[in-house]
Design a protein around this ligand. Structure first.
Ligand SMILES: Cc1ncc(COP(=O)(O)O)c(C=O)c1O
Length: 469
């Protein structure tokens, strides 16, 4: 929920006891009014350019008495301030208290950085995403999990690697000033690269396939990217390989162009180090990390840093049925974002304790149930990760601290996951998922077609490839 999410955050309704009024026929219910905003947010915007205002909404583990201390408190006390452990919320599994806080509005002032430099300004709107508790009724009981809402980034989770890969390529001299960025994308990285292109002053050419949602195509073009769509899948590697071939073709015609190659670029992995530190700060420590796997970037980057601090961390990977990443045969897939029909070198196989494959109908069920019961939802990968995380929560010891990464918000999927006609046509509404996944001993034992897990995770390319990683 990128921009909407931020706006919503800034308009959280709270009771302002100094200004409450009684409406006629309100049945004793007090009208809820917004508290006055801090003065500085009312200052006029700068004459040139955009004045970006950050608002962080967090479920935090400590009360932060900042500026307007009670704004955002779920259950303010009589004086309107946060009274301490929230009576209305179950205790935080992490540290025993649970506060919704809205740190003070922190405008990025035009004076803080050179006015002419989006290079410094734009990256500031990426990161520091909120963590929200997901439990009953989405999970079976109070054993819930924490969701890291990467949809609060302007374009989603891939804003982080896009900015980092481009910054590093420029530093190394692989990408000259003004040279073109060319990449294959199913959408999310495209949004991130469009952002990076504007931030660092590069034209962006993206290659996608007919599965890209019309909304995403229009957004990418609106953000200034040139979009090419391949029209035939390759026999080996499907649409993904067709897109990569088209990228190679474009690169061959433009010697100065640069392709970040997100599947194999270690900067993709490294870009998640700050997010790992955000998680450590927000949770104070975690026991289980649940991540979807596409290029392998965020699962590898987060688990590498988190394991340094929490060697016992259990990492659960979530893949799509029909994806070849963990050794299953590659099949045409409806789900986008997670899964792959090639073997990305960024996947850190030794980091995973287990992998789950999820089918599209199961992800749709979870997306819709998440949306209806928690408001925190997203696309295919969010549904798949949510489904698996609720199972991890139910089957782990009470008090286990579980974090799930939700890579994006729901808007992009209004015509797929959240469209009844699309779902009916693709037989995605037929049944609720079973409470437990099937179990296979080894990924080579059989092809999976529905929610299944496996606790033996090996590199399908074999030990030699594993040593090269
Ligand atoms: C929406 C979405 N979810 C999940 C993923 C998988 O993340 P990663 O590539 O870091 O493995 C992606 C990757 O593009 C994505 O776009």
């Amino acid at each position: 929920m990128p921009p909407e999410g931020r706006r919503r955050a800034s308009t959280v309704k709270v009771t302002d006891r100094s200004r409450r009024t009684r409406r006629p026929n309100s049945g004793g219910v007090r009208s809820i009014t917004r508290p006055p905003l801090p003065r500085r947010s009312l200052a006029p915007p700068p004459r040139h350019g955009l004045w970006v205002t950050r608002v962080d909404v967090r479920l935090d583990v400590r009360p932060r008495r900042v500026g307007h201390s009670s704004i955002g408190c779920a259950s303010p006390g009589r004086d309107g301030t946060c009274p301490g452990p929230c009576p209305s919320a179950p205790p935080c599994a992490l540290r025993g208290s649970n506060f919704v806080t809205l740190p003070a509005l922190t405008p990025v002032r035009p004076d803080d950085e050179p006015r002419t430099s989006p290079t410094l300004r734009l990256p500031l709107v990426v990161g520091n995403t909120p963590l929200v508790r997901i439990d009953r009724p989405f999970t079976a009981d109070d054993r819930g999990f924490w969701a890291k809402l990467e949809g609060f980034n302007p374009g989603g989770i891939k804003d982080r690697p896009a900015l980092h890969m481009i910054r590093r390529a420029r530093e190394r001299g692989d990408l000259a000033d003004g040279a073109r960025i060319v990449e294959s994308t199913s959408g999310t990285l495209g949004l991130g690269l469009a952002l990076a292109g504007i931030a660092y002053g590069h034209p962006v050419t993206l290659v996608s396939d007919p599965g890209m949602e019309p909304l995403m195509q229009r957004m990418l073009r609106a953000y200034g990217a040139e979009l090419h769509t391949v029209d035939q899948p390759c026999r080996e590697g499907g649409w993904q390989e067709a897109r990569r071939r088209a990228v190679r073709h474009i690169l061959a015609g433009d010697p100065s162009a640069y392709c970040p190659d997100q599947y194999h670029n270690p900067d993709n992995v490294a870009s998640y180090a700050p997010m790992a530190h955000e998680l450590l700060e927000q949770t104070g420590g975690l026991d289980v990390l649940v991540c979807s796997v596409g290029t392998g970037g965020h699962s590898a980057g987060l688990s590498a840093v988190l394991r340094e601090h929490q060697p016992h961390l259990r990492v659960v990977g979530v893949d799509a049925v029909g994806s070849t990443i963990f050794g299953q045969p590659a099949r045409p897939r409806l789900m986008r974002g997670l899964g792959s029909s090639i073997l990305p070198r960024n996947v850190a196989y030794p980091m995973f304790d287990e992998v789950h494959w999820v089918a599209p109908a199961e992800a749709v069920w979870a997306c819709r149930r998440l949306a209806a019961t928690t408001y925190a939802s997203g696309g295919w990968s969010v549904g798949a990760v949510g489904l698996v995380s609720s199972w991890v929560a139910r089957t782990s010891a009470p008090g286990t601290r579980i974090v799930a990464v939700f890579p994006d918000g729901p808007q992009r999927y209004f015509d797929t996951v959240y469209n009844d006609e699309f779902c009916r046509t693709n037989e995605l509404l037929d049944a609720d998922p079973r409470p437990d996944p099937d179990l296979i001993e080894h990924t080579s034992h059989r092809e999976v077609t529905r929610w299944t897990r496996c606790t033996t995770v090996t590199d399908p390319a074999g030990p030699a490839a594993a040593r090269r990683r």
